[in-house]
Design a protein around this ligand. Structure first.
Ligand code: F6P
Length: 341
């Protein structure tokens, strides 16, 4: 078999572990040939690819980022890819394509599959918001980075009697904020799923100070919004990939709290640091399992599907099912952390 592999969308710790796993399984078990398209779907459209053999994937298991590069695909180029789908199969002589990516990449994968490409998807995102898999790799690493940052911020916050507002990633789903906030013992958590009232946070901080605890850490997802009429904070424009350009809730909230409390409040924006660097052991294992199962699915001819973790098993689920809705934080999970909302 000749298998194409690509990584698209925002990068994520564990992408290289999937690439390595695909190559190892395909080459050692089936004697396949693997080609890696560069910079996501762009490599497919612009014919930029290289052969990946065992040497090419040596030493990349623990490497962050992606050795193939990544990019987001503009809508008109996606249309072009769908129109050329069957020609591309001929042109590259590929029997299967394994795109590794998040919601946008998997939506494109589904469209390409419908257009005639034999596709097996692998889901990734640090946001953990793909509904048909219990977990995506990258999430565990991001939660670890954010948790460690808040652990560190607590000691400096306490030394200076400050409020720290820590902004983490999560556009529509607050999984990173929820889990890192819980793990670090944040005193407030704000999620995109539930508009917050800054007055509640002011009350919480004042009560803490009244009890002699002279600092607070508040973890806020980048997509969190204040409830209407509670604070000045606008909606951002939509960019060319359909994403809202956020206005910086971490900074806005820190200034708002400082003004209302008369105490120092500092914004800390963790940003892309959550996505960079070494994946955790959990993410390496999940990524490796996804790569293994993707190759097996390709050899069974199980196309139009993606790998998914259900409980402790990796299954194949239809791409159509994977991209219908985002997995957001349910009320029951918020209730478990209720004291900090
Ligand atoms: O999808 C993961 C994610 O990390 C989001 O949480 C974040 O808003 C987005 O990607 C930012 O990606 P980029 O800066 O690469 O466009």
């Amino acid at each position: 078999m000749r298998i194409g592999v690509l990584t698209a969308g925002g990068d994520c710790p564990g992408l290289n572990a999937v690439i390595r796993s695909v190559v190892h399984r395909a080459v050692t078990q089936y004697d396949d040939e693997i080609i890696g398209f560069e910079d996501g779907y762009r490599g497919l459209l612009d014919r930029h690819y290289r052969t990946l053999d065992l040497d090419a994937v040596g030493g990349i298991l623990a490497l962050g980022g992606t050795i193939l590069g990544s990019s987001r695909l503009e809508r008109d180029r996606l249309r072009e890819a769908c129109e050329r789908a069957t020609d591309m199969v001929e042109e590259f002589g590929i029997d299967a394509l394994i795109p590794i990516g998040g919601e946008g990449t998997l939506t494109a994968a589904r469209m390409l599959s419908d257009a005639g490409l034999p596709v097996v998807g692998v889901p990734k995102t640090i946001d953990n918001d793909i509904s048909s898999t219990d977990r995506t790799f990258g999430f565990d690493t991001a939660v670890g980075v954010a948790t460690e940052a808040m652990d560190r911020l607590k000691t400096t916050a306490e030394s200076h009697q400050r409020v720290m507002v820590v902004e983490v990633m999560g556009r529509h789903a607050g999984w990173i904020a929820l889990e890192s906030g819980m793990a670090a013992g944040a005193h407030g958590i704000c999620l995109p799923e539930r508009p917050f009232d800054p007055a509640d946070l002011v009350k919480m901080v004042e009560e803490r100070f009244a009890r002699g605890k002279k600092f607070a850490v508040i973890c806020v997802a980048e997509g969190a919004h204040p409830a209407e009429g509670t604070m000045d904070y606008g909606k951002g424009e939509i960019d060319q990939y359909g994403h809202e350009r956020f206005q910086g809730i971490g900074t806005a909230l820190a200034y708002e709290l400082e003004r209302r409390l008369g105490k120092e409040a500092k914004p800390v924006i963790l940003g892309h640091v959550q996505r960079g660097g070494v994946p955790t052991a959990y993410d390496r294992v999940l990524a490796t399992r996804f790569g293994w199962h993707a190759v097996e699915a390709a050899h069974r001819g199980d196309f139009g599907k993606m790998t998914a973790l259900r409980g402790t098993d990796v299954l194949m689920v239809p791409l159509a099912e994977a991209v219908t809705e985002l997995k957001t934080v349910p009320k029951s999970r918020m209730e478990e952390a209720e004291s900090v909302f």
